[in-house]
Design a protein around this ligand. Structure first.
Ligand code: KIV
Length: 282
């Protein structure tokens, strides 16, 4: 049986130049599949707002929703490194609130770490959460919770000056004590520069090949999310097609009387059918 993954394992991986594999999950069965497949880390992302609840973005997601899903993921993947994603307004308004909500992911859901979006502007929160003894993953580049300010879900750091700002954010997150950092939607040159510059592992979602590991959103990876496909996504399966096909076949068989077949039916105890009919005929 594989050992429970710890934060120290990932620092070692960076030193040895061994890639870290990372995926989102929102429920028990998917977490089980991820652990069985040998994924190193699972993010219970607030992307569940879109992927599970059908919202148009992540803004409406609450701490209560995150805790429920994080608990289920933890049960499904007891040995994988599970990270709870701080939803919008669970950390922005005060440092105290940030620490309290970060603590909930560990206390109520059994997560190993939390993730929060933002660079220099969330340094006080990162510092306080780390001081509370919690493992923190920063998240910079495209930060979906502030996509309104960024002009939509756009790649970041595409000019020299913008790239410099992303680097400053990365350095600020590391200096605040974060243990890991996620780089979203930045050019590979920026991903590579930051990965080499930082001592902490830098994970990529759309930040190129040279980061210390890769993250994909499970619903994109398996072809379940249909609304849009970001440039950095590779679909490894098309489960939407498989599920729709299964539903169609089920509908057809029910209508045709082909389901349930003999093997799907329970049998009465030998000799009881006659007795039953007799009983009902009285
Ligand atoms: O919620 C999430 O899945 C995320 C990714 C977009 C990085 O934060």
């Amino acid at each position: 049986m594989a050992q429970k993954k710890m934060i120290q394992d990932f620092s070692e991986r960076k030193q040895k130049n061994e890639k870290i594999t990372f995926v989102t999950a929102y429920d028990f069965p998917t977490a089980q599949f991820a652990e069985t497949a040998g994924l190193d880390m699972i993010l219970v992302g607030d992307s569940l707002g879109m992927c599970v609840y059908g919202y148009s973005g992540t803004i409406p997601v609450t701490m209560e929703q995150m805790i429920v899903h994080a608990e289920a993921v933890r049960r499904g993947a007891p040995r994988t490194f599970v990270i709870g994603d701080m939803p919008f307004m669970s950390y922005q308004s005060s440092v105290e609130k940030a620490v309290e909500n970060a603590g909930r992911f560990l206390k109520e859901a059994g997560c190993d770490a939390i993730k929060l979006e933002g660079g220099q502007r969330v340094v006080p929160q990162i510092r306080a959460i780390v001081e509370a003894g919690i493992v923190v993953m920063g998240h910079i580049g495209l930060t979906p919770q502030s996509s309104g300010q960024l002009g939509g879900h756009r790649a970041q750091g595409r000019t020299a000056e913008a790239a410099r700002q992303v680097v400053e954010d990365a350095l600020a997150v590391q200096a605040a004590g974060a243990h890991l950092i996620l780089l979203e939607a930045v050019p590979p040159e920026v991903g590579r520069f930051i990965t080499r510059k930082l001592a902490i592992p830098a994970l990529s979602i759309g930040a190129g090949l040279d980061c210390d590991g890769q993250l994909l959103i499970v619903s994109d990876l398996i072809g379940q999310f249909q609304a849009f496909t970001p440039k950095f996504v590779k679909k490894y399966a098309n489960v939407a097609e498989i599920i729709i096909q299964a539903f169609r076949e089920y509908v057809r068989e029910v209508k045709e009387g082909a389901f349930p077949a003999e093997e799907h039916c329970y049998r009465m105890v030998e000799g009881e059918e006659e007795k039953f009919l007799e009983l009902m005929a009285r």
